[in-house]
Write a protein that binds this ligand. Sequence first.
Ligand SMILES: Cc1cc2nc3c(=O)[nH]c(=O)nc-3n(C[C@H](O)[C@H](O)[C@H](O)COP(=O)(O)O)c2cc1C
Length: 195
Amino acid sequence: METLDTLMSRNSVPPKLLRDPAPDEATLQEILATAVRAPDHGAIMPWRFHIVRGDARARLAEIFVEALLKRDPDAPDSAVEKERNRTKFAPVVIVACTEVTTDHPNVPPVEQIVSTGAAVQNIMNAAHAKGYGSFLSTGKNARDPHVKQAFGLSDKDELVGFIYLGTPKPGLSGKPRPDAMEFCSEWTGAAVAAE
Ligand SMILES: Cc1cc2nc3c(=O)[nH]c(=O)nc-3n(C[C@H](O)[C@H](O)[C@H](O)COP(=O)(O)O)c2cc1C
């Protein structure tokens, strides 16, 4: 696919619409290689990616359940089941994290998190270019200390998101997109009025 065609045709594919086959090892590594092309102020390399597949997906789902029950011991069965099923469909989950350097003189944590976001987008576009679908999700799991601990993250670090990856169900159509120019304007030097 031409690069711009790839960028212009990507749509998120919800995890329930993802299935086997997963990218093979070589393709997955090609996809992941694009992550480290993200802009990285200060060459901090703050990104960490954990690849969860096979039986490890069920273990991740159990950690989601444990985290839910720590947050809410009375959580209804339906909520527990939702967590248990979260990793059931997509054959691969990539957990994208930022190991935050808090004391860098020029690069605040937000820039390191933005860099990880850019890496995530590269992964998603590369997956799409290779014919796979993906979906980025966060929710309470991404902020939960029990989940973060499973990935070696301390309080200062960020779990930026879970990228669900797999083969999209055939026949999906994307959502309508706005005209980009609605969000763009020529800045001519005068202060822009606050919205
Ligand atoms: C940082 C981030 C976190 C997100 N977390 C969730 C989430 O937890 N649950 C969800 O349904 N969508 C979440 N989304 C939205 C989806 O990933 C997706 O962008 C949305 O469904 C729109 O699809 P599109 O990417 O094709 O525009 C998140 C998006 C971003 C950028």
